[in-house]
Design a protein around this ligand. Structure first.
Ligand code: KIV
Length: 257
């Protein structure tokens, strides 16, 4: 296993893990200073392309955005989501994961699901492709985005899946929108870091979609905290630019040749 990934796993029970998404170089290079892990999430489909779900995201989209992110990430672990319908069987998954790794030089790929895709995950890991798991709400297949873990059966399945994923060799698991006590239990019974999104403080680390964090994406869900309002800054800048252009103040001599 790569040293970078071993160091990441070793953070469990020592320090909280900070993760954010990035879809392009400039944002990635800012976040890299603060993050342990940067995820090129297929959430880019809904956030950037206005798709109604992540299902329409293609391998090519993920690769192009990841190539850009790669230029900005120097120290964090860089993980790329394998999009919907790119890992329907082991052969397809291996071919596409290899393509993602070779074209983007990312450190690992992330796949959504547990028991159903365990053989696929094992194949990737056997072929030395580091894999991050993703349990709870699975946006690529979810019928709704209701949080998980209230029903006993749901809890049991997610616990079972987290054990299966760890046994299969994933280095970390994203827990999306699950009940806090369930997140606590999974974090306790696994030896790999759990990274929560809407999964309480009981995880080893947290991830958010950066566009949500900075207030660029107009999303209103309980687990998103807006840490800045970049939309306001962009509005101000665009308005000032507009006024200067109309008043013939821009470009002044300083900005002209
Ligand atoms: O696609 C994504 O951004 C994700 C995070 C929400 C964890 O999977």
């Amino acid at each position: 296993m790569k040293k970078k990934i071993i160091n990441f796993i070793n953070k469990k029970n020592k320090s909280k893990i900070v993760s954010l998404t990035a879809y392009s170089k400039n944002i990635a290079s800012i976040l890299d200073k603060y993050c342990d892990l940067i995820l090129v999430g297929d959430s880019l489909g809904t956030v950037l392309y206005n798709f109604s779900s992540t299902k329409k995201v293609t391998l090519e989209m993920m690769i192009e955005h990841s190539k850009s992110v790669r230029m900005g990430v120097k120290k964090s672990l860089m993980v790329v989501d394998m999009p919907h319908n790119t890992y329907r069987n082991s052969k397809e998954a291996l071919k596409n994961a290899k393509k993602i790794i070779s074209k983007t030089k990312c450190d690992a790929v992330k796949l959504e699901g547990g028991k159903k895709i365990i053989q696929i995950i094992k194949t990737l890991i056997k072929n030395k492709i580091p894999v991050m798991g993703h349990l709870g709400v699975l946006p690529q297949s979810a019928k709704n985005f209701r949080f998980k873990g209230k029903k006993i059966k749901e809890r049991k399945n997610i616990i079972r899946d987290s054990k299966l994923l760890e046994e299969a060799g994933v280095f970390s698991i994203i827990l999306e929108c699950i009940e806090s006590s369930l997140a606590k239990e999974i974090t306790k019974i696994t030896n790999i870091p759990t990274i929560g999104i809407g999964a309480s403080v009981n995880c080893d680390g947290q991830v958010l979609v950066t566009d949500d964090l900075i207030g660029l994406n107009k999303i209103k869900v309980r687990f998103v905290k807006k840490y800045s309002n970049i939309e306001k800054d962009i509005n101000n800048a665009a308005l000032k630019f507009k006024k200067d252009v109309i008043a013939n103040k821009f470009p002044s001599k300083k900005y002209s040749y």
